[in-house]
Every structure is written in structure tokens, then in C-alpha cells.
Design a protein around this ligand. Sequence first.
Ligand SMILES: [Zn+2]
Ligand SMILES: [Zn+2]
Length: 285
Amino acid sequence: MNHSCLTCRPGADRAVDYERNVVNLPKHFRGPPASGNGGIATGLYACLGAHFLDDKVNQLQVRLHQPIPLVRDLDFSERHLDAASVEIAVSVDSEIILSGWASSNTKASVMDEETIRTLQKHVSLTDEQQHRFDSYEEAKSPSSADFAECFVCGPESQMGLRLRLRPITDEIFWQSWHPESRWEDAGTLAYLPAIAALDCTSAVGFHLAGVLGDHESCLLGTYDAVLASPPAFGAREGFRIVSKTRERVGRKILTDIGLFSAEGEIHIVGKATWIVVSPEVAKGA
Ligand SMILES: [Zn+2]
Ligand SMILES: [Zn+2]
């Protein structure tokens, strides 16, 4: 399909070049110090899917196989699975970096209805929840310094989103978000930052919630997202990001997270699978 978006138009945030058939992540799209952000990697699939499919992308799934090189041309290749779905691989020197698919269909829900309702219910805060949010002081984690400039969560990322969710109940993490105008794409919030915003934001509370130990960190393994409705840009009230950790099973942690309008409209729901690693591995040592 004839396709253009913030991810593939020339500009500081371009990450796909269809003329040269390459993915190339600029430096500010980092997660760990020397490799790409997993949420950005997932967001790429919204652009790649829209490029290869006839209809808009409604669902995608991405698996991260190894650290994503920054500022380097990566190849991508596609294979149609059916009329509405395409499988896409991103690789370097024939080594797979990312695999996954995008589809115009919604194949299966990424979380149960009850979880969606729970996230949605917390779009607006009670006074008590607002107080808990306002008075929260985040403790440092073993990876705080390594991820200080992460595009999504890094407090020191000059060109980043700087999103840090905070607990509003014992289970729910929350943040309101007013994206800067740079992220507007034809009247909506561009999918690259919108999907990326649901990445490490879901992991910020792992130590507090006790799913990560003092000497543990984690890396994104897979990410499933349903693009439920386009996030209209410019609402004064902004967006809400709401997250809940599902469970840790061995070295895997599952989280549910959503991007909503301030009124509770569901824009994107995501399920992330995190892999527990040492802080050294997380940073890419
Ligand atoms: Zn695009
Ligand atoms: Zn991060």
C-alpha cells in the first residue's frame, strides 16, 4: 500500500527507509546503552505492516532475538501469511534480530476482558490514588543508571518520552501523558512512540512489586499489541497509560498494559513478556 508515516518519512525519527529497504535506528531510540529500544522495535511493525498490507494494521506481535544495533542498516523481508497478515523479519548479516507479524485482523485478544476492564477502570484516579501517585518516591534499581537515557523511560533522555509510571494501588501502575507536538502524525499520535510508550513503562514497578529481586533486571522478549482505535492528538487531557503485572513464571514476567484516552477510550492494549537477566546482561555487557 502507498504508505507514509513518522516512522518512514525523512526526519529525525525516521527508522525505516523503503527505497533502500533498510531499518536503521537513530541513536536516541536506544534502550540499553548501546542497543535499540524494544518498544521502538515493536512500533516499527506498525509501519512495516501498513506498508505491506492493504488495510490498516490492527494487531502485531514481535519477538526480540538479540540486541538491536543502533545507527546501522538492518535488512527486512516479508512473507504474506494470508490476505490480511504479513510476517516480517529484521536481520543483520543473515542473523535474525526481530521476527513477528502484523495483521489487519484481530486474531485473538492479548488479555482477558476482565483485565482490560481493570486497566480501563483506573484511567481516572480517586483522590486517594492521586495522593499515592503524588507522594510516590521511586527507589533506584540495579539498572537505573544503565537505562537513564532509554528512549521510553530514561529521565535523562533529551529526545525521549521520559515516562515513569507510578503505583496508584498495590497492583496498578499509572501515568498521564501529554506527548509533545513532534509526535503528531496526521492528527493522531504516531504509532512508533504510542507503541513504544507501552514498553519498559510496564517494567518500572517490578522491583517494588517483588517480581524482580535486588540483583535482577530484565529485557523485553516478546510484545503483542492490539491497535484498537487511533489515538487522536491534541486532547487537552492527554492520554493515560495503565499497567498491571500478570505473573512471573520462572524467568519470564508477563505484563498487561494499555494506552487510553482520558475518557477511557481504548487506543492500544499490549502484553509484554520480559525475560529476567542480570543487570550486566540487561545493559548489554
Ligand atoms: Zn511508515
Ligand atoms: Zn526504558
